[in-house]
Design a protein around this ligand. Sequence first.
Ligand SMILES: [Zn+2]
Length: 582
Amino acid sequence: MAISQELLNKITSKLDIVEIVSSSGVTLTKKGANYVGLCPFHDDKNPSLTVSPDKQIYKCFSCGAGGNSITYIKEKENIPFIDAVKKAADLAGITVDIESKYSEEQMRYFKIMENAKDFYQLYLNNTEEGLKALAYLKARDIDESMIERFQIGLASSESKMLYNEFKKQFSELDLLNVGLIRKTGDDYYDTFQSRIIFPLKNEDGHIVGFSGRIYNKDDRFAKYLNSSDNAIFNKGNILYNFSDAKTEIKKTNFVYLFEGFMDVIALHKIGINNTAAIMGTSLTDNQIRLIQTVTNNVILSLDGDEAGIHATQKAIFLLHRYKFNTRVILLPDGLDPDDYLKKYGKDKLKQFYENNSVSAIDYLYNIEKRKLNKDDVESKLAFKNSIFNVLHEYNSIALNEIILKKLSEEIDISYESLVADYNRQPKQRIITTPNAVTKTVQVDKEEQIKNRFLTAEQKLVELSVASKRNCMEIISGLDNSFVDKDNYHLFLHLREYYNQYEEFDFGLFESNLSAKEKEKLDQALKPKYDFDANIKDLINDVKAYVIIENEKLANAGSPEEKLGKKIKKKRHITRFGDRGNN
Ligand SMILES: [Zn+2]
């Protein structure tokens, strides 16, 4: 059933906005024809929220929040509009049949996960084993209120504890599908055993997975075990703590982004709650879209090791494309928030988080500068090029001027020379707006498959340009396979180039390319969304294309046809080694 304006009117007409606002915990005082109270949507000191019983609306004159009963429920509980309508209809005593955002199957899975969460919590709080786990948590300064707040539980060391209980209520297939149990041979076992359990929720607060941490010192197993992706869980689509932190993020209008949930918990200890964790090192487009629904300001606080630095750089560029304001906080000496807390205490950590963020551009500049050796010409050029790349991503004339002036002093090259050099670089690394890229283009299946492989190949070109080491690894890894002939020529040019030079220089490299090849290079260097690319996977993709194409040839038509196609196709799937024969 679609939601008509008529239905919405019917629902709101049966509700009283004053009652809805007060029952959500806001104290309202009568003032003339209206009521006023502290606004729950921003950090309100003087009552800025006005509720009008006549018009049946609320309005905050400080933060601008406003609407009717349904809007209020939606905003206050941070639930999707549809769910707010359902809830409001319930309150109004109206039966509605609205299609939910989730399928029946997904709703069933959510229920199983909710039950599992309760089961793990019960086990933590009522067993011998639980006492040991509670002691472990206590030693980590995670007290009862935090266990409740983060719904922490415990998976038993018995291998079928959950299974034996849950098979009474749920089907084995469902339990397998949500990843709570595993099948070995003909038998089922609990996925999580002997681990402290942290529920992972989606943006609407439904539990979709779990992360289990070992707590026995002598344990030989991996420190963390996460649910694998399933019908309700996709790691790249969720942010730890996001559904619970939405209100706080809206209020403060920024979010601290961390790598793991322990960081979120550490920050909670010092009263900072506008936090979320990406549960890994790579921030994804979908995670950014979630954040976008509540704020455009991010303070990145990933780990200080090399992987964390790399992830921070990628996240900055990605966030920039979504027009976020990004700052970075890096704790000293590679410490994570929990380590820092132990070493320096709560006040110091709080101070650090409140005062020590730097702008993303300063962060990027300083990271590149770490490698700079001012006595070495190549190092200076490499530094210059890496800063150019950063500026290309930002594509701002004002920023170019500021940074190029700074760079000029740093490496003792005149500002004018740097500008001239910068302007000689290809202009194609222009930021593509997220909208332009996410627009779905209808292409037929065959074309789609080819595009996928082509993207992999282009990404390899981009990575080859980035460093000599990449380039050599890629060319030897590809072992002469390629999807597109011009890309293949680019690899040959790159190999020649790197045989002569250590550092990449656009001007120099481009001077040896044909117009067609230049176009291919530009295409490959255009920023794309997939930052997760790893050289080995990409190489395998390109090789898979060659294998698929060959199989197609082998299976198609009569022997004569096959032969004909093979000859025709041969040029297309030429390998490096065949070049001389064409
Ligand atoms: Zn407000």
